[in-house]
Each structure stands twice: as structure tokens, then as C-alpha cells.
Design a protein around this ligand. Structure first.
Ligand SMILES: [Zn+2]
Length: 126
């Protein structure tokens, strides 16, 4: 149990701090709901199935031309907004987990060929 505030001024300070804490807690919840809403809207507007094979689960958002931001550096709301901007710029599609992994592996393979400056014309093996 918290100690009682000694003076009225202290009491006002505690009350204000509590109000601020509650405000930020509510804001956090609100942001989380907005982020979920944005993701739900994106999946709906983009067809809700894999762009390559038509699978309906498990779906992931993919950037066909790569992204300029780091997902782990953004909170869920900022991430949702970034996805929204990428969608508006035409750089977002829905892939199933399997197609997304294949796509990522192919991109890494192609990047390796480029960086090693191989004039290899070999086909990507998958
Ligand atoms: Zn797929």
C-alpha cells in the first residue's frame, strides 16, 4: 500500500501523475486497436489471400521491392502506418508464409551472386 501524501500540493501531484499514467495507458490501447484495424483493412483491401498461390493461411505482408524501414525499430502502430504508406506506394502484397520464404531465399541468393560479382547465369535452384 502506498503512503498517504502529506500535503495538499503532494496530493495534487500524485493525482496528476495518476491521470497522466492513465491517459498514456488508454492511448497505448487505442494505438494497438488502430494498428489492428489498419492491418485488418489492408488484408481486406488486398484480397485476403496469397498473391502467388492463393492460399488463405498463414498470410504475411511482403514488400516486392524491399522496404526502407526496420520493423523491429517501430512499435505496432508505427509499423501499421508504414505498411499503409507502402501499400499506397504500390510496394506491398500478401503472400503466404511459404511463398514469402521462397521469395526471400531467392532474393538472398540473387544478392549473393551480385556481391560476389559472378557472371554466373545459373538458374536460381528454386
Ligand atoms: Zn502462397
Amino acid at each position: 500500500m502506498r503512503a498517504l501524501p502529506a500535503t495538499l500540493r503532494e496530493l495534487a501531484k500524485v493525482a496528476r501523475r495518476e491521470r497522466e499514467r492513465e491517459y498514456h495507458r488508454q492511448l497505448q490501447i487505442h494505438r494497438g486497436q488502430q494498428a489492428r484495424l489498419i492491418r485488418w483493412w489492408l488484408f481486406n483491401v488486398m484480397g485476403d489471400r496469397c498473391a502467388k498461390c492463393g492460399a488463405i493461411w498463414p498470410l504475411q505482408l511482403d514488400h516486392p521491392h524491399g522496404r526502407t524501414w526496420e520493423p523491429r525499430k517501430l512499435n505496432c502502430y508505427a509499423r501499421a502506418v508504414a505498411y499503409l504508406k507502402d501499400w499506397a506506394a504500390g510496394n506491398l502484397r500478401i503472400l503466404c508464409a511459404s511463398c514469402n520464404h521462397i521469395d526471400g531465399a531467392r532474393r538472398m541468393h540473387e544478392a549473393r551472386i551480385r556481391t560476389q560479382a559472378l557472371n554466373s547465369t545459373e538458374e536460381v535452384p528454386f
